[in-house]
Design a protein around this ligand. Structure first.
Ligand SMILES: O=C(O)/C=C(\CC(=O)C(=O)O)C(=O)O
Length: 293
């Protein structure tokens, strides 16, 4: 792999929608900078640098207050870039790590002190070489208190993953709703299967994210809005939203982040829903200590 790729918009528009004060972008990443934080030898893509300064400038431009930074597969299990970005945020970011399942209790505690509140299991074959369920389950059983597991999979393996996910004893957060085919509509096979999964436990959360990845009809992503709005309404206490900046692997179809933010009022039409989606729900997972009282 040689050429480094740029997968983000150079000049995103200002959204028409203004997020409420304190809004959290609960799914984004940092890439590098490579000179300081080299990419993994196993990385499936090699991006240009998209470091914390760029992320925080975008956060301010879009009207958000905080970020949840999810370790991207290009950095493997070395979370140094994610931890560095969290430090540079001055308390305005927390994170989700990717770990070697054999990680020690001491190293998990170090991640906790660095602002990590969950670990991510990635089942996309184009992103990772292997995803050992037995080892994932073992580490999921010994996470620090209050942590959760983020899982990224595609709709066609939801049923296959059920026994594994059912056995995880901490809350689950499903990236991009498990990538349903949104063109099937709100009552399509994929959405029905995902709803059945959500109904199986009340501690399964999901991210109503990635209209750009999931909707082949393109911006303004009408199929995504139609399919996802009912899901957000029906499961409004366990849904999160994020930009997915810097949009790994989207270099052929780079979204305008301002337009992504304008999806929010289409899937969460009331102020009450927007507050849950952007503030109350992510605060419960990532800054629960601020909610005490
Ligand atoms: O950023 C996302 O959520 C989606 C990704 C990239 C990814 O997950 C990773 O590199 O870890 C994708 O579908 O390529």
């Amino acid at each position: 792999m040689s050429n480094r790729i740029t997968s983000w918009h150079g000049n995103p528009s200002k959204p028409l929608y203004t997020p409420p004060a304190g809004a959290i972008d609960a799914h984004c990443h940092v890439f590098g900078p490579m000179a300081q934080f080299p990419f993994s030898a196993k990385a499936k893509y090699l991006p240009e640098d998209a470091g914390p300064d760029m992320l925080f400038a975008l956060r301010d431009h879009l009207g958000f207050a905080r970020n949840v930074i999810v370790q991207a597969s290009c950095h493997g299990t070395d979370n140094a870039a994610t931890l560095d970005a969290i430090v540079k945020s001055n308390g305005k970011a927390r994170g989700v790590a990717v770990v070697d399942p054999a990680i020690s209790e001491t190293d998990l505690a170090v991640l906790h002190d660095g602002g990590i509140r969950g670990i991510r299991f990635n089942f996309l074959k184009r992103l990772v070489d292997d995803a050992p369920k037995d080892k994932f389950l073992e580490v999921a059983k010994r996470l620090p208190p209050g942590w959760h597991v983020v899982i990224y999979f595609e709709a066609d393996i939801l049923e296959e993953l059920r026994p594994f996910m059912d056995a995880i004893p901490v809350p689950l957060v499903i990236d991009h709703m498990g990538r349903p085919d949104v063109t099937q509509g709100p009552d399509g096979t994929d959405m029905k299967a995902f709803r059945a999964f959500l109904d199986s436990r009340d501690d399964i959360w999901f991210k109503a994210t990635c209209s750009d990845r999931l909707d082949p009809t393109g911006d303004p992503w009408n199929a995504f809005a139609d399919a996802v709005a009912p899901l957000v309404s029906d499961y409004q206490d366990r849904v999160l939203w994020g930009t997915d900046w810097p949009h790994p692997n989207m270099q052929d179809n780079i979204p305008d982040d301002g337009h992504l933010v304008d999806m929010i009022p289409r899937i969460a039409p009331t102020q009450a829903l927007q507050r849950k989606l952007l503030i109350d729900n992510p605060m419960r997972l990532y800054w629960p200590e601020e909610l005490v009282g």
